[in-house]
Design a protein around this ligand. Structure first.
Ligand SMILES: *Cc1c(COP(=O)(O)O)cnc(C)c1O
Length: 229
């Protein structure tokens, strides 16, 4: 055993964030990937601005929220002082909230049906804002979960492009809680590859290292940083 010296990357970070950064570094090394190829989205849903403040102070700028109203209340006041803030909507989006979502978020990870595509396309045009868009894939085909069934993704992507003029940059998935995540990440990566999509939003607190192994470009991590909600 050698004594652990704090890594220059993680010294001075809040402890949860430091542990996650170390795990990301380890997973990247194992996968032969650059740390810069993985974007850490810190999921701040349900956490108060005062809990998030130390993570912002540590330099983190990518944050994920799952509700439009909560995100507005929390982040609008902080936006002005954080010009490089990047906000990700990771939860389901109702079409009637598309206007607010396009105004606030820099990325939307939950595109999954034509009515939402229509609403997003309209807002992207009128607001002249281009959030990064991910199509959510329901890899486990769970009836209670949002997302496009794996066998329908190719056709849905064509529809996004041809019928709505949307540029989709990647795929997002949330594996079933009671299954090994690897096969779900592999399936998502395979569908993305055959459609020429470069971004993969996959991996949460319990499985982000596995997701990195399978090519995740965006991992969404909350409780491993802030504790249980
Ligand atoms: C809450 C949430 C996360 C983060 O989950 P943790 O287990 O707390 O890391 C990631 N992705 C989505 C879609 C979520 O809703």
């Amino acid at each position: 055993m050698t004594t652990q010296t704090p890594s220059p990357v993680t010294s001075g970070l809040p402890s949860g964030l430091a542990a996650v950064e170390q795990e990301i570094a380890r997973a990247c090394e194992q996968a032969g990937r650059e740390r810069s190829s993985v974007t850490l989205i810190v999921v701040s849903k349900t956490f108060h601005a005062s809990t998030i403040a130390p993570v912002i102070a540590a330099g983190q700028r990518q944050f994920g929220e799952n509700r439009v109203q909560e995100a507005k209340a929390k982040w609008l006041p902080l936006r002005a002082s954080l010009p490089d803030l990047t906000l990700h909507l990771i939860g389901p989006l109702q079409s009637n909230k598309a206007k607010e979502a396009v105004a606030l978020f820099d990325a939307i990870h939950s595109v999954d049906r034509p009515s939402l595509c229509a609403a997003l396309a309209k807002e992207i045009k009128t607001q002249q804002r281009q959030p990064l868009l991910f199509v959510q894939v329901n890899t486990g085909e769970e009836p209670q979960k949002a997302g496009v069934a794996p066998q329908d993704v190719d056709a849905f992507l064509a529809q996004c492009r041809d019928d709505y003029g949307l540029t989709i940059s990647g795929l997002m998935c949330i594996p079933p809680v009671d299954e090994a995540p690897g096969p779900h990440f592999a399936l998502t990566a395979k569908i993305a590859a055959r459609n020429g999509l470069k971004l993969l939003s996959m991996g949460m607190s319990a499985d982000f290292a596995t997701a990195i192994q399978f090519g995740a470009t965006h991992i969404r991590v909350g409780s491993a940083i802030f504790g249980e909600r």
